[in-house]
Design a protein around this ligand. Sequence first.
Ligand code: CO
Length: 310
Amino acid sequence: MSCVQIDDYQYPGGWRNPGSAAARSRWACEQLENGEILSFPKLPFVLPEEDRQFLLPQRQSKFKVHKNISYRPKQDALRGFASDEKEDAERLRDIMRRFSANTVQFVSQVLAPYASKWALDFATYRPEEEGRDLPLNKRNDLLHVDAFPSRPIYGGRILRVFTNINPEKPRVWNTTDRFAALLARFSDDVGAKAIVAKAGKGRALRRSGAAVLKALGLRVPYRSPYDVFMLRFHAYLKANGDFQQNCKKIRTEFPPMSTWMVFTDDVPHAVPSGQFALEQTFIIPQSALVAPEKSPLRVLEALCGPGLAD
Ligand code: CO
């Protein structure tokens, strides 16, 4: 796994050679599904300078429930913002709405095979990272693959697009061997087959439980065996001190105003330092992947048996 810099895509204009745009987009999807990080040295979409200037001094809510400031495109709703000023909150929501829409436009060009098939997830603003007092499971400075407690993905992929809006400092990432290698190494220790078997047996009960809670107006989603395992694996990796300390790490610095994208359910990542990043998440369904056999779902099914996404 490494970081591949894209030099022939720019805003405005898109791919430098329009004749090969379709081939370049497919190539970009293949790289991502191979566990590469794709980086763009210059901002590949519009982000007005006044928006960036407004974002830099903003702070997030101190409530632990909010890990970041988040924007939910479907509801046009902002969460986790510290200011009580209604005007500030509305301006921030406008900025996040614009950022989300502009990122969607950019990604639908650069990763055309995924466009129109994805489910648009949250956008976030991360004004802090260093020295945060968060519970282990929410810590971002420990290596992990992503899994969302509140939003099961049923084998879909978590694609995240980040932009470092810090005027001076890079955002630093550590990465290590991909999901397949970590699963091969730790499947016995984490108890992968037992977790998946138990989640499979409890399916009907958890489905009806989720339906009852929904009828009561509570949103506790049903999790497929895949989702159950990915959450457990996320927590397992963060709690494994020997792995955190001793695994081989690749350090990458993302300079100010650069953008990068990666499948964070496959590529383990940690953020030892960095401040002020914008991010938009996309859930890419299995049917949109150019190499579905490389996805964490298929890797887990090869070990534990098929049908884990239902
Ligand atoms: Co993460």
